[in-house]
Design a protein around this ligand. Sequence first.
Ligand code: SF4
Length: 711
Amino acid sequence: MFQVAIYGKGGIGKSTMAANISYSLASRGRKVMQIGCDPKHDSTRQLLGGRAQTTVLDYARSVPVLKRKLEDVTETGAGGVICAEAGGPEPGIGCAGRGILTTFDTLKKLGADSLDVDIKIYDVLGDVVCGGFAVPLRGEYADAVVLVTSGEFMSMYAANNIMKGLSNFDTGKPRLLGMILNCRGVENEIESVGKFADAAGVPIIAVIPRDYSFREAEAKGATVRELFGDSDISARIDSIADAISSAADGRAELRYPHPLDDLQLSDLAAGRDIRPGSGVPQQRSACSGCGRRTSIKGTRIMSSCAAFGAVAALTKLTDYEVLIHGPRSCMYLMDMSRGSISMKLHSKGAYETLPVHNLRCTMMDDSVSIFGGVRLLEESLEETISDGCMKIAVVTACMPGIIGDDCAGVIEKVSSRHPGAVIACIQTDGDVAGSYDEGMAMASEFICGLMDPSVRPEKGLVNLVSYSFFNIESSRYRGELGRILSLFGLSVNCRFMDETTSGRVRDFCRASMDLPVSGDRMTAEMIAVITERTGRKPFPLPLPVGMRQYAEWLRLMGETLGMEEAAESELRRAEEEYGEFLAKHKRRFEGKKVIMLNRRGDWLAELLDDLGADIVRMGMMSGLPRTYSTASSRMSGRVTEDYSWEMLAADLKEFDPDLLIADLPYPVAGKCRVARTRKVGIGTVGPMDYAVYLENVMRLPAKEGWKEAAR
Ligand code: SF4
């Protein structure tokens, strides 16, 4: 089967042309199918006696998948042409481009590919403004492309854009058959289009003059070719059909597009001679497979979308209901990840109460993505409010952003009906706003906006601030933190942002001190937003990990609170405990060679130094996220930046290390023991726990042996 996409600017007469061409091809013995891809769905009317047929998108929206039949969306028109219409949303809502893709997909699933058809004609709106309208240009749909234009500049501009689109979908084969000049009676029309066609290197395969017969045929719901078969117009239409037939039989020359550049277009608009183009070749020399292959080497894969980051932050407000405006698959992915982490933290005792499930979704499906999702959002908000949830945060996924749902307008409307409801909108539009971190930052800005700076601080209360509380992920570490704080008579006012409520956030300023949980970039950004909102400055050091950091933290805290003696007393106790621990565990590590990859802080290197291990390499792989700054590290002189897999392979050979510590899977294939880095706890307790884990790894045989023994 040969597939032809006929593109033309809206209103240029491409549907009339497509219907006439289909009829002409059919009358020459070809088995033809015509698919209208314009939301106004009038492509096939002249083949169907002026009747409009059921559109595929309306049908798919109203009929369940298992009940759908191909014959419900196809009709046989004049000359035996099989007709189908995509349809689409009302102007200004939804995404018509997405609708085209869905139409093709639906027709395929209904078996349209197995119809007895020689030539398929796609009649497509030529205002190629997004990828959706360019779908028929893709190699799997268009073997040949025909452009319909008039002498009006905007019509040629649209044709030029289609050629650009065609270049972007280059299959490694030429596919442009030619141009049809459908005259509108503008001045110098044939000359202007002739210049345009010459500059673009596209032949004009037919010139169709303005003729009253088109209007007459349209009024009768038929094609000119059918009603006035012997006319000059019909002869010209037949010449187009012949060109398509020749292309289908491999006898016509197809070309690569050479769209005009901006300067050439300005010449065309001004009616001047068109200057030579920039000479940038539009076709690629690679074959279709290689030509489209791209590489992600050297680039960082986005950790997750901004919508997920915002959801992760907002769901920490346990008295808020978070509503994802998007497809259920987005919620499923986010909820699976978030839910399993929350349950894990709860089971380890990091959370005092069971995690609440405060996440919902508007469940956008494919039809909503085409016809717009504002009504669905409105219904979901009403349902959430009727369930008694009066604090709602809406997070937008990719789809509403792409189709342009007016979410703010919906929220305003629903809020006016429910004055007691508080509805916020974090317009992340999936990954349009960026990655997980950006979404988290957007949500934290909203959450910080809930803080009341006029609340008076009370002695003895502190806030914990971080974008991640993973380092205190168990009851053991939570308990240790509580013990350390209690030494200074402190207790926690608000965990920002973790297991909290909007009330606690509002009273954030009740605490007299804000303690950063970790020293990473995201936490620093979060603190900057808090400072901007409240004017508060945080405690300068993050929660300590490792003996040296703990000593520093204790002394500064003692000094800040005027409790130096309490700090020194705890320090003496901790040093004694740590010293005893080292004495007991050193034996297993002394002199052992260790390679560390992507170290997350100084504590691990200091621990290994204290245990007497020999760190032969600290490698920092390039392109991987890092949560600390090497510049502020005491170890900066020892780190090998831009470390690579090749360097690791060489190091393994050269040093034959006893242990590789990495947070990346590495196939050492039995050459060396491997330990994973993990969340580190707090004070000296976390590092000591980790040393016990390393000791257990060191007990394993240096080389794998069990596989050999099992053979
Ligand atoms: S990137 Fe878009 S589609 Fe994917 S999970 Fe995020 S919001 Fe959903």
